[in-house]
Write a protein that binds this ligand. Structure first.
Ligand SMILES: CC(C)(COP(=O)(O)OP(=O)(O)OC[C@H]1O[C@@H](n2cnc3c(N)ncnc32)[C@H](O)[C@@H]1OP(=O)(O)O)[C@@H](O)C(=O)NCCC(=O)NCCSC(=O)c1cc(O)c2ccccc2c1O
Length: 261
């Protein structure tokens, strides 16, 4: 498919591969990136020749590091409750009636970790690292990023991830249930291909029903997300939130408690 600037799209042999192609930004997403991802997921999701979708990042440094902080100057450049249609992107991944596999080739940080959480399955390279950074940069993903993460890794672990903003190695992500499999970097593509082949050999309708059934049980999180994003829009206007972004861009520690919020 042509016309994309921020992503790559290819579909063959029953597999659609969607690649965030911003390696110089560690595959962080801006509004344009989200719009293109949504278009690509809709294309792959309703293409009957596609049975499984693989989401990944270009290069070997990052899967995705969340919102592009260099485009975050008080308001993102796209639509959406917070000027960035992240809620649409997360739900389109869930709404696809076929499995979405996160091929995690490096950092899955912030909104990138939330994408891993929203994908049906995740296969990681040994070099991958995971984590949430919102409270360090004046942000939070108040929906699937918190509530679905808690269902995935358990309440205590999810709270640790958000309250301490630590980074977790691939093996730790496997142990907490955030990813399904960890392999050496050189074996990542072969492993992903094996999982795709196994899925493609099974009944697509049975899998679609299974996916919708899993989703139905956690669908209330969509409402939590909408409410949370509305709140986040107000938070982004505060000096406390802006201090987080400024500190990241200026490569210094944030001084949240000096902002008087
Ligand atoms: C990813 C890192 C852990 C890597 O650390 P490392 O020390 O290895 O490398 P550097 O820190 O020097 O980074 C290398 C290089 O990449 C640039 N970069 C990295 N991440 C981003 C980014 N997200 N945006 C822009 N640029 C990025 C970095 O500036 C360096 O560039 P140089 O030119 O200086 O070489 C580490 O980089 C890291 O922790 N990054 C922070 C990631 C971050 O803050 N992400 C955003 C969090 S908020 C978010 O994701 C988010 C989620 C949502 O769901 C939203 C919903 C709605 C609205 C907004 C949302 C949102 O913002």
């Amino acid at each position: 498919m042509t016309g994309f600037t921020d992503i790559l799209y290819e579909a063959s042999g029953g597999v659609a591969r969607i690649t965030i192609n911003r390696p110089d930004k560690y595959n962080a997403f801006r509004g344009q990136t989200c719009e293109e991802l949504i278009t690509a997921f809709n294309r792959a999701g309703w293409d009957k020749s596609v049975g499984v979708i693989v989401l990944t990042g270009a290069g070997d440094k990052a899967f995705c590091t969340g919102g592009d902080q260099s485009a975050h100057d008080g308001g993102y450049d796209g639509r959406g409750l917070v000027g960035l249609p992240v809620e649409d992107l997360q739900t389109v991944i869930r709404d696809m009636p076929k499995p979405v596999i996160a091929r995690v080739n490096g950092y899955a940080i912030g909104g990138g970790n939330v994408l891993v959480t929203c994908c049906d399955l995740a296969i990681a390279s040994e070099t991958a690292q995971f984590g949430q950074v919102g409270p360090r940069v004046g942000s939070v993903d108040p929906g699937f990023g918190t509530a679905l993460l808690a269902r995935t890794v358990g309440e205590k672990k999810a709270r640790e991830i958000w309250y301490l903003c630590r980074r977790y190695k691939a093996q730790e992500a496997l142990e907490m249930g955030l990813v399904n499999r960890v392999v050496p970097a050189a074996e990542l593509d072969a492993e992903v291909a094996r999982w795709c082949d196994e899925i493609l050999a099974l009944s697509p309708t049975a899998i679609a029903i299974a996916k919708r059934s899993f989703n139905a049980d956690s669908e209330s999180i969509r409402g939590i997300s909408a409410l949370g994003m509305q709140t986040l829009a107000l938070f982004y206007e505060t000096a406390e939130s802006k201090e987080g972004v400024n500190a990241f861009m200026e490569k210094r520690k944030p001084r949240f408690r000096d902002t008087g919020e």
